[in-house]
Design a protein around this ligand. Structure first.
Ligand code: ACM
Length: 542
């Protein structure tokens, strides 16, 4: 019962028992994968599972053998279990890793526990699995700015992503409410910007504040550790520094970055904020320096620069900004935003990287090498693909995992439209109406986990699982989508999540301690929401 569903799985007749004599064999380049496999099989089974190179093959019938076959697809694998043992062959090391994840799923769910369970028979059923992913970008975005997730929990989250073959963790590191990444040349970003006095309690505009300080940040050593831990699990961590909006925490630390020069604090309120960065050269220089440190920490191809939800009121009202626009030959504040992001994009491109920006980036001249994250539904995906840009699909009404999970009033802080497990499962990153060439622009998709209303890792578990299991299958599996079949496979998968200690949402709604009685939400109907989103994207439609 594999989840995500593989391309094919042909069962055989028999089982291969794991025993004291079982060894893991792997060529040198797969030694790290072999050691990782050993580390996840040992605690529950209590078996030694020594790792050996190919020079000293295991006796017949006693091996978990790892191998590479470049004729297999990227990230693809073949897992064959029979009387001779288990052989996992990957098109690359990631493929071998995903074959190992499949192997874990072939064992009883107790394999996911961190210590031995009495009376479990550790045996792998005979089977041949052939598998490879539909998309190369299988992502999850975690907003650690609204609520900080401690490093330990980020590492746990990476393990959970790896179980679901998600290969990209997008860390939303900065926002109005908090700055979470240590920047050595600008220490006040974390000294001042990494905490706020209090937080809005609930989603309603008139919701009260809770009177409780909130904060936290990752040191550069923490981030290097997170990046390396992720890499061992074939996950790329993509950082996002959100500019020129969503920047109040930075302005709180360095008031000279703001338009009004006013003393601000990291915002205690959710929602779209009018305090944006000014457009001075000195502010650009400041952020080019921030991005330099960020690029040193995160070696992946893409660097997130935000670009979303930037109200232009302060720019439009400010004589100095208007002067800067005139000097630069820019007609309006929309062009100024494109100019600002273009400068950052060029700096990132000059270092051989590419920028990742939200779909507002299509509203003006687009920075070179951009991948566009379509979040306001799929209009951005369609438009960007037609205009020849790469796309990551993350339509809010299908993969925004902060949206309420049902119509139940007991959903905690019910926000936006109901986004059920079935809705998440129906996600298709490829919008309809594209040519083959345009379709090739869709790199994949990601679920976005905004954390205004998730104040602890336990709450993140509730919102994210099992919806992320459905998104993972939408991103990985090539076959037709059958929700009933998914539900059948989800049942044993939930036993795996139980063993891992994941506090997922039960099918019938929140447990009493997962609800938030009395904390106001802001629910919307599908019809109202669609109208609202359509209005936002009307001018980027092609
Ligand atoms: C977003 O949800 N503001 C990208």
């Amino acid at each position: 019962m594999l989840l995500p569903l593989p391309c094919s799985a042909v069962p055989g007749d028999g089982v291969f028992p794991l025993a004291e004599s079982t060894r893991i064999t792997a060529p040198g380049e797969l030694a790290p994968t072999a050691r990782w496999l050993q580390s996840v099989l040992r605690p529950a089974t209590g078996l030694p599972l020594p790792v050996s190179g190919m020079a000293e093959p295991a006796p017949a019938g006693s091996a978990l053998a790892l191998a590479l076959d470049p004729d297999l697809p990227a990230e693809g694998y073949r897992l064959a279990c029979g009387p001779g043992g288990v052989t996992i062959t990957g098109g690359d090391t990631a493929g071998v890793f995903y074959g190992c994840q499949a192997l874990r799923q072939l064992l009883p769910p107790q394999i996911y526990r961190a210590a031995g369970t009495a009376g479990v028979r550790w045996a792998v059923p005979y089977v041949t699995v052939e598998d490879s992913p539909r998309f190369g970008w299988r992502g999850a975005m975690l907003d650690v700015a609204r609520h900080f997730m401690p490093k330990h929990d980020v590492l746990r989250f990476l393990d959970l992503l790896a179980v679901h073959r998600i290969n990209t963790l997008h860390l939303h590191l900065t926002d109005d409410q908090g700055w979470r990444v240590e920047i050595l040349r600008h220490p006040r970003l974390t000294e001042v910007g990494s905490w706020r006095r209090e937080s809005q309690l609930g989603a309603a505009p008139d919701a009260p504040n809770d009177g409780r300080p909130h904060g936290g940040y990752y040191t550069q050593d923490d981030l290097r550790e997170i990046v390396a831990y992720a890499a061992e699990r074939h996950i790329t961590v993509m950082p996002e520094i959100d500019v020129p909006g969503h920047s109040q925490a930075a302005i709180a630390a360095y008031p000279e970055l703001g338009v009004q020069g006013e003393r601000l604090e990291a915002s205690p309120r959710w929602g779209i904020n009018t305090n944006i960065l000014n457009a001075e050269e000195s502010t650009l220089d400041f952020f080019l320096g921030v991005f330099d440190e960020v690029m040193d920490l995160f070696p992946g191809r893409f660097i997130g620069i935000g670009g979303d939800e930037c109200p232009k009121d302060q720019w439009d009202a400010d004589p100095r900004t208007r002067e800067l626009m005139a000097e630069r030959g820019l007609g309006d504040s929309k062009e100024l935003q494109a100019w600002f992001l273009g400068r950052i994009g060029a700096h990132i491109a000059a270092r051989g990287r590419r920028v990742f920006g939200w779909d507002e980036i299509l509203e003006g001249a687009v920075p070179e090498g951009v991948a566009v994250a379509s979040w306001r539904g799929m209009t951005g995906a369609r438009t960007a693909a037609r205009r020849g840009y790469d796309v990551i699909s993350c339509p809010d009404d299908q993969v925004y995992l902060d949206y309420r999970q049902s119509e139940l009033e007991s959903e905690p802080i019910p926000f936006a439209v109901p986004l059920t497990l079935a809705d998440a499962y129906a996600f298709d990153p490829v919008p309809d109406g594209l040519t083959e060439q345009e379709t090739a622009r869709i790199l994949g998709g990601q679920a976005n986990i905004w954390t205004e209303h998730m104040d602890s890792p336990r709450t993140v578990d509730y919102y994210v699982f099992p919806r992320l299991c459905a998104v993972a299958e939408a991103l990985w599996s090539r076959g037709g989508r059958d929700f009933d079949d998914f539900l059948v496979r989800l049942r044993p998968h939930l036993a795996r999540l139980d063993a891992l200690g994941v506090e997922y949402r039960r099918e019938d709604g929140p447990l009493p301690w997962q609800s938030r009685p009395g904390v106001p939400g802001k629910p919307a109907t599908r019809a109202d929401w669609t109208e609202f989103i359509d209005g936002l994207v009307a001018h980027i439609k092609t």
